[in-house]
Design a protein around this ligand. Structure first.
Ligand code: FES
Ligand code: FES
Length: 152
């Protein structure tokens, strides 16, 4: 089957019931999206499908409905996405395991709601779990990225 990831079309020979997360990590070698819970509860596996944050552990690849963007396709080290830049500026990560999911969720939020209030930020990110407890810095970085995007 064919799927488009980070702007490149791939042909994969894999059972349609295989979770998208497995295809990204094991077939395409894109290991930014992480396996946390496997049951849609933690958000570590979050990617964008047609720009919307989705849990890749819950999408059978045969049911995929759009183009996928992973953390590897969001920005580059030389030209990070504003959310990635804010994460670096505010040194959000601790162990880092949850962080690509947090960033993908935040980037999808800001694409949809450029000036989110505290409630919108909390609502978007409440079920992206971080065992290290980086939530205060995540919120600071989201506010910072929103401000930078507003300033252009
Ligand atoms: S690994 Fe997908 S939500 Fe936890
Ligand atoms: S930074 Fe360790 S789980 Fe979030």
């Amino acid at each position: 089957m064919k799927l488009t990831v980070n702007g490149t079309e791939h042909e994969v020979d894999i059972a349609p019931a295989t979770p998208l997360l497995w295809v990204l990590r094991d077939v395409l070698g894109l290991t930014g999206a992480k396996y946390g819970c496997g049951i849609g509860q933690c958000g570590a596996c979050t990617v964008h499908v047609d720009g919307v944050a989705e849990r890749s552990c819950q999408i059978p690849v045969g049911d995929l409905w759009g183009a996928v963007t992973t953390i590897e396709g969001l920005g580059t080290p030389d030209a990070p996405h504003p959310v990635q830049a804010a994460w670096i500026e505010h040194q959000v990560a601790q162990c880092g395991y949850c962080q690509s999911g947090q960033i993908m969720t935040a980037a999808a939020l800001l694409a949809e709601v450029p000036e989110p209030d505290e409630a919108a930020i909390a609502d978007a990110l409440w079920n992206n779990l971080c065992r290290c407890g980086t939530y205060p810095r995540i919120k600071t970085a989201v506010r910072s990225a929103a401000q930078k995007l507003k300033e252009g």
